[in-house]
Design a binder for this molecule. Structure first.
Ligand code: HEM
Ligand SMILES: *[C@@H]1O[C@H](CO)[C@@H](O)[C@H](O)[C@H]1NC(C)=O
Ligand SMILES: *[C@@H]1O[C@H](CO)[C@@H](O)[C@H](O)[C@H]1NC(C)=O
Ligand SMILES: *[C@@H]1O[C@H](CO)[C@@H](O)[C@H](O)[C@H]1NC(C)=O
Length: 325
């Protein structure tokens, strides 16, 4: 009898570990890998100093990881055996970058504390440092994520939003991830850094059904975009997402939106398609207060970093972020 009780107790504990979805904590690696945050920060700092866009790349990597199966480093897996890499999916192909930086961080972390720190946590820390290194807010990152044993090519095509979505479609897309309209507006502010390819904003320039085109006062902006991105050709030519301060994490992205000078259709719809006014009001509020934007962004990116995380005994700690062990 006592034996059976003990067995049951053990089963409950194991089950609890497997299900422990709320165990992310900032000091998860305090004992097992005390230098973790310093290692990540040091390598990020070196890379971003050399090339500021690295910050944008790693922030986006965290987003594309979390929206497919949750923040589980599935995006880092290369095709191998049964794994079809997410890297080849439409939103990622020829566009998502920063994998070598993660490899470098992981190698340094493996040297300091072998088989201890997940790739998913490294991506999350690198995203936080990216924001800080370009002048944005800082926050404490909760840790303890585990790495997936699978990737989802179809999930990447299905769940990562495309730049020609309407506001309603963006809202629905974020809702699927448990994110609300406040999160949508605040997280879109990540487009204060980095660039997009011509293919990502061509439709926004020439498709006359797109709202941006009906506003005469934006025509000079439209013209400058069309000189970078003609009706055909130049597919990979780059334009800044925030043309005023492309390398800094600030609130100028929202100042641009108020003038419909967002680069992507999905940026401009936050103002142009909002009927109720709540979303538009938030854009104005962020445009006029950097502090309010920073505070909201931190809340929302922490929320994003908790999407469907693997914890406890789920998944694994990968040795090499590109392959399951
Ligand atoms: C709201 C829906 C979103 C859409 C439709 C969207 C779409 C895009 C597109 C099309 C690009 C350019 C890709 C290219 O042409 O190569 C881009 C770049 C970028 N996105 Fe988003 N995005 C969204 C939300 C987010 C979020 C939530 C984040 C991060 C929290 C983010 C971070 C970035 C960054 C930093 C870049 C620049 C990357 C670089 O310079 O390499 N985006 N996004
Ligand atoms: C653990 O998770 C599974 C599936 O998500 C669920 O069916 C089960 O009830 C959970 N167990 C506990 C102890 O929470
Ligand atoms: C973990 O480390 C951080 C940073 O060094 C420190 O602020 C925190 O108090 C530590 N937590 C524990 C439980 O030791
Ligand atoms: C949005 O872009 C995708 C990919 O380029 C395309 O297949 C789709 O038809 C576009 N949707 C709209 C509404 O234009």
């Amino acid at each position: 009898m006592a034996f059976i009780k003990l067995l049951l107790l053990i089963l409950v504990i194991i089950n609890g570990l497997e299900n422990s979805t709320q165990v992310l904590v900032p000091d998860f690696y305090n004992e097992s890998c005390p230098l973790l945050e310093e290692i990540v920060r040091y390598i990020m700092k070196t890379k971003v100093l050399r090339q500021p866009r690295v910050a944008a790349q790693l922030l986006r990597l965290h987003f594309h990881d979390c929206f497919v199966q949750g923040c589980d480093a599935s995006v880092l897996l290369d095709s191998n055996g049964v794994i079809v890499s997410e890297k080849g999916a439409n939103p990622n192909r020829n566009s998502l970058r920063g994998f070598e930086v993660i490899d470098e961080i992981k190698a340094a972390v493996e040297e300091a504390c072998p088989l201890t720190v997940s790739c998913a946590d490294i991506v999350t820390l690198a995203a936080r440092d990216s924001v800080v290194l370009r002048g944005g807010p800082s926050w404490e990152v909760s840790l303890g994520r585990r790495d997936s044993l699978t990737a989802s090519f179809d999930g990447a095509n299905k769940f990562i939003p495309t730049p020609n979505l309407s506001l309603d479609a963006l809202i629905a897309n974020f809702k699927q991830q448990g994110l609300d309209t406040k999160d949508l507006v605040a997280l879109s502010g990540a487009h204060t850094m980095g660039v997009a390819r011509c293919v990502s904003f061509r439709q926004r320039i020439y498709d006359t059904s797109f709202a941006e085109n009906i506003y005469e006062k934006f025509s000079s902006f439209q013209n400058s975009l069309s000189s970078i991105c003609p009706r055909s050709g130049n597919d990979n030519k780059l334009a800044p997402l925030d043309f005023s301060t492309p390398a800094y994490f600030d609130n100028h992205y929202y100042e641009n939106l108020v003038e419909s000078k967002g680069l992507l259709h999905s940026d401009n719809v936050l103002v142009l398609e909002d009927q109720g006014g709540n979303i538009q009001d938030r854009v104005w509020a962020y445009a006029s207060s950097r502090e309010f934007f920073f505070e909201s962004f931190v809340n929302s990116i922490i929320k994003m970093g908790n999407i469907n995380v693997l914890t406890g005994l789920q998944g694994e700690i990968r040795k090499n972020c590109r392959f399951v062990n």
